[in-house]
Design a protein around this ligand. Structure first.
Ligand SMILES: [Fe+2]
Length: 198
């Protein structure tokens, strides 16, 4: 597969306000789900804090700490493919099209001076990345080193990055994007995409 840039792929996929709602659900903000990365790609793992006697999952970030981290570091929220109706729908569509299991990772960088932890790198899986808030520059090179995508993405734009294509992400403004990685295997069991409506 080849890299592709799709302008206006999905406007309004996820807004700051929707993310605000999600990150305030403390039981969702488990240290396994939320990776807070410094510029060397190390996880900021302060996992000692006091919990109220009512707390069931004590491995969830206290909101005051997460608020501090999210304004300072790059934060990645994993296993988020069911975090909204639209994201669940995009994941389901990709699963049907490629017959591969799909997750959604929410990338947030609100500090434009934070050095991006990944630099130029390549991933083992194909990825569809949708810009949701702010502006991000994406560069993608083919395996021979030829620059094939160089674009300042704005909300709604998407870029498809095939596995092993080097790419670099530069934050231009406070920004949020959702990445849909396609698993390498063709599984027999997929995420349950049932959306409960009341
Ligand atoms: Fe990547």
């Amino acid at each position: 597969m080849k890299p592709a840039l799709v302008k206006k792929f999905f406007p309004n996929l996820l807004s700051w306000k929707e993310l605000e709602y999600l990150i305030n659900i403390r039981p969702l903000m488990n240290i396994e789900r939320v990776a807070v990365l410094d510029e060397n790609r190390n996880r900021i793992d302060e996992i000692e804090w006091d919990n109220s006697p009512w707390t069931i999952d004590t491995d969830c970030y206290p909101p005051h700490l997460l608020r501090e981290y999210i304004e300072k570091y790059v934060c990645i929220f994993h296993d988020m493919s069911r975090c909204s109706f639209n994201i669940n729908k995009v994941a389901e569509t990709l699963e049907k099209k490629f017959n591969k299991s799909v997750d959604a990772h929410v990338y947030v960088c609100r500090n434009v001076n934070a050095v991006h932890p990944f630099g130029v790198h390549a991933d083992k899986v194909d990825n569809l990345i949708v810009q949701c808030e702010g502006k991000t520059n994406f560069k993608v090179w083919d395996p021979d080193g030829k620059l094939v995508v160089d674009c300042a993405m704005i909300p709604g734009d998407a870029v498809f990055i095939p596995a092993s294509f080097p790419h670099e992400v530069t934050t231009l403004t406070p920004r949020m994007s959702v990445s849909f990685p396609l698993h390498t295997d063709h599984p027999t069991t997929f995420e349950d995409r049932t959306w409960i409506k009341l």
